[in-house]
Design a protein around this ligand. Structure first.
Ligand SMILES: [Zn+2]
Length: 278
């Protein structure tokens, strides 16, 4: 089955991973801006990184027939540094018109501090200026509920914003209702050892249905699995879910959310897919 992996940090993965993803049905990925594993020392690092996301990675993915799209921001892990944030926010507009850039992301909170929230709001403001889609990281572990709530409250108080154009990713059992109930999209990120396992993701689909829910590998340089989405597909089949239901989650839903940006255009259409956009 063809699938779209909406959250992968391919700049930290090998070319073999693109190959494996292509062989398992991946036709498109989106790569949110990420933390390099260490705090960047200068704003120039981000210009190089954005160049990589808009030039080098799309070419690398294309060698395996995978369409590569990306999101721009200063990642939540570095959002505490207000000076750096201000400098990076000035660099982002230089790249927004690139053909593979779908919006601003993954912005969000890490330790839920005042400075992180200020940087989050600055990014939302930037997105509003040109009506961009927004991709949001919600914090992990003990900060998840609190951080998600702060961001949901901030977003719904901004009347310019359409919740259907925002994805709050990394949701879990205790945050998914708050996200979906306010009209946002959400993502379940599949990790081999921590966070959401395939089984828990399928449990959540069974409980909350398939509307406005996507799944992704969120693969990066840490313990993660670039073919987590096909593993999710296998678990859905094992539990007896129909091909239509599975296809909706792994292909039609991400296509519907991402197609709100006119730059997102799938070259191949999954046979049998019911696409609810132009
Ligand atoms: Zn990520």
């Amino acid at each position: 089955m063809q699938y779209i992996d909406l959250h992968c940090h391919m700049s930290s993965r090998t070319t073999d991973d693109y190959h494996m993803m292509a062989l398992t049905g991946c036709v498109a990925i989106t790569e949110p801006s990420f933390w390099a594993g260490y705090d960047s020392c200068t704003p120039d690092y981000f210009r190089d990184y954005f160049h990589r996301l808009t030039d080098y990675e799309p070419k690398r993915a294309a060698q395996y027939g995978i369409q590569h799209y990306a999101w721009l921001c200063l990642n939540p892990k570095e959002a505490e540094n207000r000076e750096m944030a201000k400098a990076v926010l000035k660099i982002i507009p230089e790249f927004m018109d690139m053909p593979n850039i779908l919006g601003i992301g993954e912005i969000g909170l890490n330790r839920v501090t005042r400075n992180e929230l200020a940087t989050f709001i600055d990014h939302v403001e930037l997105a509003m200026q040109t009506n961009e889609l927004i991709h949001i990281h919600t914090p992990h572990l003990e900060d998840k509920y609190k951080g998600t709530k702060v961001m949901v409250d901030t977003l719904i108080s901004d009347k310019r914003l359409t919740p259907g154009r925002v994805m709050l990713d990394h949701s879990e059992e205790h945050t998914i209702e708050m996200i979906l109930g306010n009209g946002f999209w959400t993502g379940l990120t599949l990790y081999p050892t921590t966070k959401v396992t395939h089984g828990r993701a399928v449990d959540m689909i069974e409980r909350y249905g398939t509307e406005r829910i996507c799944v992704a590998s969120a693969c990066d340089w840490g313990p993660s699995h670039p073919i987590a989405v096909p593993e999710f597909i296998a678990e859905m089949r094992r539990r007896g879910h129909s091909e239509e239901t599975i296809r909706k989650v792994v292909y039609e839903n991400p296509a519907e959310f991402l197609s709100q940006c006119p730059k997102f255009k799938l070259k191949h259409t999954e046979p049998g897919a019911v696409l609810r956009f132009a």
